[in-house]
Structures are given as structure tokens and as C-alpha cells.
Design a protein around this ligand. Sequence first.
Ligand code: P71
Length: 458
Amino acid sequence: MEFPAEPFKIKVVEPLHMSTREERARLIQEVGYNVFNLPSESILIDLLTDSGTSAMSDNQWAGISMGDESYAGSRNYYNFERTVRDIFGFQHIIPTHQGRMAENLLFSIVLKPGQVIPNNTHFDTTRANIEHKGGKALDLIIDEGLDPNSEHPFKGNMHLERLKDLILERGKEQIPLVMITITNNSAGGQPVSMDNIRETSQLCHEHGIPLLFDACRFAENCFLIKEREEGYSDKSVKEIAAELFSLGQGCTMSAKKDGLVNIGGFLALDSDLWTQQATNLLILIEGFPTYGGLAGRDLEAMSRGLQEVLNEDYLRFRINQIRYLGEQLISEGIPIVKPVGGHAVYLNAKEFLPHIPQEQFPGQALTVALYREAGIRAVEIGSLMFAHEDEETGETHYPELELVRLAVPRRVYTSMHMNYVAKSIVGVYRNRDQIKGLRIVEEPPFLRHFSARLEEVP
Ligand code: P71
């Protein structure tokens, strides 16, 4: 196992806060066993998300001081637009404050109630935006993607036969667009192959349906294509990205991931009509088209971050750091989703806690234990996030995967921190039979995992 050395030096440091097990046990109970309700200063290693948590470079911080805060026509917008066109190749670029606003704009203009949006796997905000507008979000991932132990190199792939059947059944009138999420976050941060994207693109093209990407981890996906797919080892990640995006007609982007910024996103489209409609709505709910809910300086940081993320020394370190954490866990017999994906290691909570039934949220129970025992904040991607009632039968439908994601922020933690995380999880695993299930006491109508309160089942 290779020890991944950071390809950067540290210039500014932020202290971590120590706490005792007793303090954490009290706090987690007080906040209703929901780690979203914890103050960040009560956390030692924060692996809740890789979103908006990146450390920016000196070059990005320099860009921040070059902010042109003109209401219209900021120079930072033009830099940003040039960068996005150069990498993504789409005609029109609409800046937004983050990814879900790009989703909101897109689905507000294309989606009519009753229509369906297929995806390899929708992330929670995408699913919620579609359902909020009366649409149906369908996950059409390949079977291997739902098997945590399958070593398929592209477990994020779209199930082409199921997509074809859906298109034949519903037709383009009922499917305003098809999405592919790169990498497939909800199913283990797994990449999608170029081959699969090309076939999906051809199928969509034959039926006159646009293909759009949820592109927030595009650079990690492209690096994994370079590593794993035949014919790409000699291509640059930038060339791979250009080929990939040429197969679609637009994307939503949360730049809080591979944009290496703390806030920012965009919607990119080839269609003039959709752009005009999205821009009209943007002005109503987000901001003028040359800033879209951001400051000029944020656009500059995003432009620079999107260029930096294509640096292959950085990407090699990034992917290897996560693999390094995953391989330490595998060597200790801890059940994780294999192979290790792009931005996170995913613990398989069903196998980790076989004594807790799915209706008692094993993923959330494990998340709580990691915080209480080691001060590590992870996030549940399982029943708390995705279980829902069937509209017709009223029965609760549980997701196939019950995962706990250890998302690694970009350029923030060292490989020594990964050693600490691995060692702590081994400790929790040894005492796993002590961990109790949970039940919900309070929940909001949608995206309940952000604010639900729970209690331990005695
Ligand atoms: C992640 C997030 C952010 C998040 C969301 C929910 C709970 C905890 C953390 C956001 C995504 C994403 C994909 C594939 C769109 C968004 C929304 N992910 N698509 O993974 O992963 O972007 O947050 O900028 O609005 O932790 P946004």
C-alpha cells in the first residue's frame, strides 16, 4: 500500500478541536442523533462532505483579491465563462450559487408534472428538486452498482437496457432529458465509463432526448477513466473531459466539489431556448446573469479552481489518498464498498451492523458511533436519506444500499489523518455489537436527513 504524499505545502493552518468521549456522547444526544446538528468545533475530523470544504490555493486566494464587483459585466465573469467553455465546451453558461440552484432552474423550465427523469443514480437534492416539481426521479444503475462487493471498474454506469425499455415505454414526450451523474455519488462515488456514456448518448440521440451531466466530480471521474478504461491512459484528463462533455448537451455543476471552491456552481446548456428561459428565471430568483448569486471574487476563485483540478499530480494524490484509507480498512476486514471510488470511502452499514434492522437506521447508528467514539463526522447515505413511502401502497420502500460515507475534503487532511480515521474505525468495528439502532422522533416533509431528530432504541 503506497503512502500518498501531499503534492502541496501547507501555508495557513487551522487548529483542530479536541473533545472527550463524554462530551460527544452528551452532545449527540442533545442534537437528536443527527450529525448535521452538531457544531463543527465539536468535531475532530470532518468527513461529512467533500462539498464546499476544499482548501483553496494561494492562486485562488490571489484571485479573490482581484474581484470585480460590478453589478453587470464583471471581468471575473468573462474569465469564468472562458474557463468553463474551454473545459466543458457547452454554448451557454449560467452561474449559480451552488448545484441545487442549477437543478432548480433546469427542472423548473423542462419538467412538467408526471414526467420522468432517469439518471444512473440521482443525488438527494436532484431527486428532491424533480419530485418538488411533480416529476418522477428514476435510478437506472447497472446491477453491479448495487452490489457493494462487486469489483466492476465502472459501477456508476447507466443500465442501458432499462433506459431503452423506459424510452420505448414512455417516449420523448414523457422524458424531457436523461441525466448521468459523474461520479455516481449515492452509489459509492463510482465512476461512469466513456463507453457507457457514449452508448447512452447514442440511445438518447436516436430518440431525440437531450443528455445532461451532473458534473460535480467530473475531474475525478475522468481521472478514473484514464486509470481504468482501455485507450485513455495516454490522454490528458482535460482531453478526456472534452470528449465526455461532447457526448451531452449540457450539465448542472456544483463547483463546491471539483471546482475547488467553498461556494459556486453553474448550469451549462447548448440549447438557446432553454438558456433564455433559465436566464429569465435566474434574474427573478438568483441574480443577474454575469454573477448569478455569487460575488465577482467567487467567480474568479471558481475559474481558477476548475483549471487547477485538472492538474494530474493533484488528482493522482487525491484518488490515492482515498484508496489508501479504503485499503487500510479492507486489510482489517471492515466491509466497505469496493472498489474505492472517487471522493469517499463508503462503509457498508448492513454488513458492519448486521444486528440492526434497516427500519432502525443502521447507517445512522454507525454514523453516531463514529462521532461518539472518535470525533469523526461521516454522513449516512441510506434509509434516513432515501427511504420513502410508496404512493399507492403506503408501504415504506428501503434503499438497497445502507452506506456511511467518509467524504474526504480536497487538500485539507493529510495522509496521517487518514491513518487516524482508519485506526478509529477498526476500534469501533471491534465493539460493534454495542451499537444501538435509532428511531425518528421528528422529521420535515422533504430532505429529512438534514434536520430530523432521532433517539436510541433501547
Ligand atoms: C455531498 C453534497 C452536498 C450534500 C448534500 C446533502 C447532504 C449532505 C451534503 C451535493 C450534490 C451532489 C451531486 C451529485 C448535486 C449536488 C448538489 N452533494 N449533485 O455529496 O453530490 O450540489 O450542494 O452545491 O447544491 O455531500 P450543492
